[in-house]
Design a protein. Structure first.
Length: 207
């Protein structure tokens, strides 16, 4: 639906990249719009968007099929902790890109926003970001209606199935699964998402 007027949008920045000399291409997820990609003009006096900002901006009306323009970017909350730990940041960015690159249905906007916010908080502040990624991907496909338990989990070898169930049920500060086993499950789940659910999975699989 094309909106005839500008609207104020508050959401979480999932992705950011330069687009030419004067614009940033950012993807913001909100409970009202889902993930929206827009072009924001960079200016010396304006706030520069950072990944995982919670921010408010003005989203201009759509003009044909091209990207929408945004203005009046204002940071409400900045997630500084992730930038201090590359491993955490890399896993958080991977989840964010998967959300950004895969359009959701309108009824999924609110739960997807809530999942994104809780996942980013966990990546930033809780132990075992690898388990956070596995849990977040599981929630993403389960809440999207894909049969992740019936197809993916049921298709794992018994030992992996038991370990995965333990990871999903245990809080992050009680995780004991070997990191290499968690990484393998992430790769396996991403492969299933890509080839069975037609998700766009960015870059190489998580290491």
């Amino acid at each position: 639906m094309i909106e005839p007027e500008a609207r104020t949008l508050a959401g979480l920045v999932l992705a950011r990249e330069h687009s030419g000399e004067r614009f940033l291409k950012i993807t913001v997820i909100s409970p009202e719009t889902g993930a929206v990609m827009c072009l924001l003009r960079t200016a010396a006096k304006s706030s520069v968007p950072d990944l995982f900002d919670t921010a408010e901006l003005t989203l201009e009306p759509a003009r044909g099929s091209g990207p929408r323009f945004a203005s009046d970017y204002r940071v409400l909350r900045r997630e500084g902790a992730l930038g201090a730990d590359y491993a955490r940041l890399a896993l958080a960015c991977r989840f964010a890109l998967i959300v950004a690159k895969n359009p959701a249905s309108q009824e999924s906007y609110e739960p997807l926003y809530a999942l994104s916010m809780s996942a980013v908080s966990a990546f930033a502040t809780r132990p075992r970001p690898d388990a956070t990624l596995l849990k977040a991907l599981w929630s993403l496909v389960r809440e999207g209606g894909w049969p992740v338990r019936e197809h993916w989990l049921a298709g794992l070898p018994e030992e992996s199935r038991v370990l995965c169930a333990a990871i999903l049920s245990q809080p992050l500060d009680a995780q004991e699964a070997p990191p290499e086993a968690v990484a393998q499950m992430i790769r396996n789940l991403e492969h299933w998402m890509e080839y069975e659910c037609q998700f766009v999975i960015p870059g190489p699989a998580a290491a």
